[in-house]
Ligand binder design. Structure first.
Ligand code: CTP
Length: 411
């Protein structure tokens, strides 16, 4: 359980939408207020069919905000100020309808308008019938919102008000309180605040002609996750990404590139930086003289493609000099003799750390969700258990933070 002491003095704007679980939000208000949280509430029209404005008002000891068009509400507390004066927005219950409106960026009532206008973090506690939760539309809306940085707690499995069983029950009030405390604890932990980081991710595409290119199977999952993990610890992150199917992660500056040369230029433009993590699967070669005309079958047999070497971004960033990031981390994608090749790669590229992984067919690393890595540093090798790529990223970011803190202490 998260430490609730961190909640004292925090300000939460609670949006109560129209679901049967709204009654639990009254309990949530009480539990938050007991812990010193100031709670202000927005009640949707449907929400007011499940709980009365009077109950919400009595429990928050504040006006309940309900109407976008209320002259009194707007003059006393405009919808922009509502979120400005909060540290966190919590939507509980978050109904399928409100999630859909949020995903679409609608502003058709006070709740949606506040959620669209806010620059504050938002935590949702979904609550709905199991089939609504499992509907492809809701799944897509939720995935989109999460990719934009929205936080979620629940829903839980259980018997629903409609007598069906499955995921869809709103998290219990104390679970939501815990999630809120966890959010504030994470937000306060920023050991990389003030540090700048560059992360490369994804494949590069090297044109053969205007319509064809050479590529590789990198999904960008690991690199993107590292960018997010470093940003979470407070670093200002520039993610230099090749073409991937992933959405731009919230909280990072993203430079989209296609070729290795563009990736190098984008990295150099992002200097100076304290940290560089090269997780991209950069194409080692590009086609020499790839022109702006499509290659045609001319009866003379297939064309001969001449390859020429691409710049090595990791080696370039590792080169000693004033602009060298204090910590440069490379990856080594190997298909055998992982540690030996990766250790040699660390020396050859001149980087400080190498994250080595086995990308042999059958390991599922390329494109998969898990990764098994070894962290190779000057003083030895740490082998990590197989973990989700997000967890590898979090552990690597933590190691980066420890490295800088140890260096600070040593000074
Ligand atoms: N890398 C890079 N620029 C390149 C090639 C690789 O920045 N042109 C980086 C990768 O992002 C990774 C590291 O170098 O951090 C190692 O990549 P990898 O593909 O494992 O090694 P290669 O340099 O291609 O070496 P080899 O062909 O011997 O495996």
């Amino acid at each position: 359980m998260a430490d609730h002491a961190i909640l004292a003095g925090k300000r939460v704007l609670l949006v109560i939408a129209g679901g049967i679980a709204a009654y639990k939000s009254l309990e949530l208000i009480r539990r938050l207020r007991e812990r010193g949280v100031t709670v202000r509430a927005v009640l949707t029209e449907a929400g007011a069919r499940f709980v009365t404005p009077l109950s919400v008002q009595a429990l928050t000891e504040d006006t309940v905000y309900q109407d976008l068009w209320s002259l009194t509400d707007e003059s006393e507390m405009g919808h922009i100020r509502l979120s400005r004066e909060a540290d966190l927005l919590v939507v509980a219950p978050a109904t399928a309808n409100l999630l859909a409106r949020m995903a679409a960026g609608m502003a058709d009532d006070l709740a949606a308008t506040v959620l669209l206008a806010t620059d504050k973090p938002v935590l949702v506690a979904p609550a709905m019938n199991v089939r609504m939760w499992q509907n492809a539309a809701t799944r897509a809306n939720m995935a989109l919102l999460e990719s934009r940085g929205l936080l979620r707690i629940g829903p839980n499995d259980g018997v629903m008000a409609c007598n069906e069983y499955g995921p869809g029950r709103m998290a219990e009030p104390m679970e939501i309180v815990d999630a809120i405390a966890g959010f504030f604890a994470e937000a306060a932990y920023r050991p990389l605040a003030g540090r700048r980081a560059i992360v490369t991710s994804g494949p590069t595409h090297e044109p053969i002609d205007p319509v064809r290119y050479i590529a590789n199977r990198s999904s960008g999952k690991q690199g993107h996750a590292i960018a997010v993990a470093l940003a979470k610890l407070g670093a200002a992150v520039t993610l230099v990404s090749g073409p991937t199917r992933l959405p731009d992660p919230a909280g990072c500056t993203v430079a989209h590139i296609e070729t290795a040369r563009e990736m190098l230029a984008a990295c150099e433009a992002a200097l100076p930086a304290d940290i560089a993590v090269c997780a991209a699967a950069v194409a080692d070669w590009r086609v020499e003289g790839a022109g702006d005309r499509k290659l045609k079958k001319d009866g003379g047999g297939p064309p001969a493609l001449t390859l020429t070497e691409n710049p090595d971004i990791l080696a370039t960033l590792s080169r000693p000099g004033e602009r060298r990031p204090a910590l440069v981390v490379g990856f080594a994608a190997e298909t055998g003799d992982v540690l030996a090749y990766a250790t040699a790669k660390r020396a050859r590229k001149g980087c400080d750390w190498i994250v080595a992984n086995d990308v042999s067919p059958g390991t599922g690393t390329f494109g998969g969700s898990d990764n098994t890595v070894h962290l190779i540093r000057a003083d030895g090798v740490e082998s990590w258990p197989t973990m989700a790529k997000d967890a590898v990223a979090a552990r690597l970011a933590e190691a980066v933070a420890e490295h800088f803190n140890a260096n600070l202490k040593a000074k």
